[in-house]
Design a binder for this molecule. Structure first.
Ligand code: IVH
Length: 685
């Protein structure tokens, strides 16, 4: 994108994000998922990184939080409630650690890794051990006083539990810290921060109840928690049965490790997550993240990543705060299940019954842990329902192992150059006419054989005599065709593990195996290649003859019709069929694609034409090879084969029960070769 285009895109993105933020923070409403909104913000951030001069103060990348609601009393936080920076990959995590190592070069870092709960951040103030104030984050500096509502949450202690000195010693506090703690506990202030959440079970129960009562349903646990807390009527909050987990102690008590903050929070009466874990290095954090990502469905609430904190509290002030968040914390997000991307094109696939199915060609994006560049659009009605145009920014979803799908269009991001999607008039495979079946959604190719022919040619290409690729059975080919990943055989060579992972029947191992099987056959013999093309009348034998005679694909492509017809065993019909095949632009495009996608034809070693100028006559039966094979050998080495003996004959090869030709050769004094001598001659090569 050039600067002008980027500027326009940035303006559009800012307006769209501002709209959704207002809905979300001020009206407690949501039109698109958090993940989709994150994805838009991420694009904005990237665009701004590209052109930093386009960053303005009002950009959503430049601020944190939202406006506090007018209906609640405002609370100025004793310390700002900061945001977290996000990491999306292992590399991001290593980069983060390296940035910290630049500031503290000889420092080894250990971490405390926690689940990142998807709820609402709360700051709780206890004076002399009594809960006096609870506030939302608001814009990070000023939040909303929601004390009365928080008091309805059982998991929030109204009075702190007084731990014993022994308990404090067990978690590693020394006498001085213990003294400080008891002072704050008995006479001072203790501030605890944590997350108010709604468990998935509670959400389900409430929604069932609301459905029975005909009330509006809660969209997701985070929204539900937010809506419940920012209620003027605490009774409603109570009914919503929220939960609360502590994740930090703000009051400076002189603790040395972040882990102790959790342990101490537990001792004074807060729930903490038992899953959280001390990690002695960044690799352990990554392992923790990967494990929790695989098992996130086993947690009773929604979580969207792992928060990793430098465990040694003495390092925090040294690392400091950069912009919206501290340098010593990183949120390592789980793969988003929704992202935004662009629709580049729509391709039509012909299915078993001749039905044409549209496939979205997308700007590749990572979603649900895999990269997606295609997705099915089902049918024209679906396209109309979505209101989709080529060039649109869309929301793509891949939840769990479900095939990725386009779930929403963002029409406000259009620039006016988007194109309508038309149903094809001609079949993209066979060029036959396409009709809309009356009374049905479907468009259909009128050529009943279309799908079968296409499938057959794909299967033929991968079969034993041709490319010989293991694991590409008809079911798999059909699935790949259905989703539009494979349209021609050239597409097999573009497949990646990430392409396969979102599909049914594929897991990491099976995807790796198939890609390895394809890779193993990236270099093929010319004869097998020609055979694989499935040219009418060209069987394995003819393919071998063509390969031997021409020795390169280029020469076959350029061969004149007469030249082809002159080849032994290639009659005029076959010659025409070969000639036509190689003069069809669609086929030449296929050959190009195959080459571009990395399929190589092994070079035929040019055998020395040691029999050049020599004429052979074959008579009688040979034991070790057929007469055709013998002829092919002679021709391959530059010799000619004739059917009758004359004084121009150089050799007569005499097999078993040789007939009159042998007598004639003897009479003319032509050199006669036994089978053994003949083999000796051709094997010299
Ligand atoms: S630590 C400097 N730990 O994530 C902020 N935050 O996007 C320190 N969150 O507003 C926050 N689980 O509400 C921390 N285990 C956890 C968390 C957590 C969820 C939320 C928190 C914060 C948001 C940041």
């Amino acid at each position: 994108m050039d600067k002008e285009q980027a500027k326009k895109r940035i303006e559009k993105l800012k307006a769209e994000i501002a709209h959704h933020r207002y809905l979300y923070h001020v009206l407690d409403k949501q039109e698109i998922s958090d993940a989709a909104l994150d994805s838009l913000k991420n694009e904005l951030f990237k665009q701004e990184m590209e052109y930093p001069e386009l960053i303005t103060q009002d950009s959503p990348t430049q601020r944190i939080g939202g406006k506090p609601l007018a209906k609640f009393k405002k609370v100025t936080h004793s310390q700002p409630m900061l945001s977290l920076y996000d990491a999306f990959s292992k590399q991001d995590m290593y980069d983060w650690e390296n940035r910290m190592k630049k500031i503290l070069p000889s420092q080894e870092f250990s971490y405390y890794a926690e689940l990142k709960m998807d709820g609402l951040a709360m700051s709780l103030r206890y004076e002399a051990g009594i809960f006096v104030q609870g506030a939302t984050r608001g814009d990070g500096k000023v939040g909303e006083d929601v004390t009365q509502n928080l008091k309805t949450i059982d998991a929030i202690p109204l009075v702190l539990r007084r731990p014993s000195e022994r308990e404090l010693k067990v978690i590693g506090l020394d006498d001085e810290i213990i003294k400080k703690f008891f002072y704050a506990f008995d006479r001072g202030v203790i501030e605890v921060r944590g997350e108010a959440i709604m468990t998935l079970n509670v959400l389900k129960e409430l929604n069932e109840k609301y459905a029975r009562e005909g009330k509006a349903l809660l969209a997701n646990p985070r929204n539900a928690a937010a809506g419940s807390i920012r209620q003027l009527d605490p009774k409603i909050t109570a009914e919503r049965k929220l939960d609360f987990y502590a994740y930090s102690l703000i009051t400076d008590l002189g603790l040395t490790e972040h882990e102790q903050e959790h342990e101490l929070a537990k001792l004074i009466g807060f729930k903490i997550l038992a899953i959280n874990k001390f990690c002695k290095n960044i690799e352990e954090v990554i392992e923790f993240h990967d494990f929790e990502e695989r098992n996130k469905d086993k947690v009773p609430f929604e979580c969207d990543g792992v928060v990793a904190m430098v465990n040694d509290l003495a390092l925090w002030p040294k690392l400091g705060i950069v912009g919206k968040g501290p340098r010593y914390v990183m949120a390592y997000k789980f793969a988003a299940e929704q992202v935004t991307t662009k629709l580049l094109d729509v391709l039509w696939q012909v299915g078993r019954t001749g039905t044409l199915t549209p496939t979205a060609v997308l700007e590749p994006v990572r979603v649900g842990g895999v990269t997606v560049s295609q997705s099915t659009l089902h049918n024209m009605d679906e396209i109309n329902r979505l209101g989709l145009k080529i060039g649109d920014t869309i929301i793509l979803e891949r939840a769990g192992d479900v095939i990725p799908k386009v779930v929403q269009v963002l029409p406000k991001l259009r620039i006016g150059k988007e194109k309508n999607i038309e149903a094809p008039k001609q079949c993209p495979i066979c060029n036959s006419e396409v009709v809309r079946v009356p009374g049905e959604v479907a468009f259909r190719c009128t050529n009943k054989e279309c799908y079968a022919v296409n499938m057959r040619s794909m299967s033929h290409w991968v079969s034993k005599g041709a490319m010989d690729i293991d694991g590409l059975g008809p079911k798999i080919i059909e699935q790949l065709m259905k989703i539009g990943l494979v349209r021609t055989v050239a597409d097999f060579y573009k497949l990646t593990i990430d392409d396969l992972l979102p599909l049914e029947r594929f897991a990491q191992k099976s995807a790796e195996n198939l890609i390895a099987a394809i890779d193993a056959k990236r270099e093929v013999e010319l004869s097998k290649f020609i055979y694989g093309l499935g040219i009418r009348h060209v069987g394995e034998e003819t393919a071998i003859d063509l390969a031997n005679h021409f020795s390169s694909l280029g020469k076959i492509k350029d061969a004149k019709l007469e030249e082809l017809a002159q080849l032994a065993d290639v009659g005029p019909i076959m010659a025409k069929s070969i000639y036509d095949w190689f003069n069809n632009p669609k086929h030449l495009e296929l050959l190009n694609e195959l080459k571009n996608n990395g399929l190589k034809i092994k070079k035929i070693e040019q055998k020395a034409k040691i029999l050049a100028g020599k004429t052979f006559v074959l008579t009688g039966a040979l034991e070790s090879l057929t007469r055709d094979e013998a002829k092919a050998k002679i021709r391959e080495l530059g010799g000619d084969v004739s059917s009758s003996v004359s004084k121009n004959t150089d050799y007569v090869v005499a097999g078993e029960e040789a007939g009159s030709k042998l007598d004639k050769a003897t009479a003319l004094g032509v050199r006669i070769l036994s089978e053994e001598e003949f083999l000796g001659l051709i094997n010299k090569i």
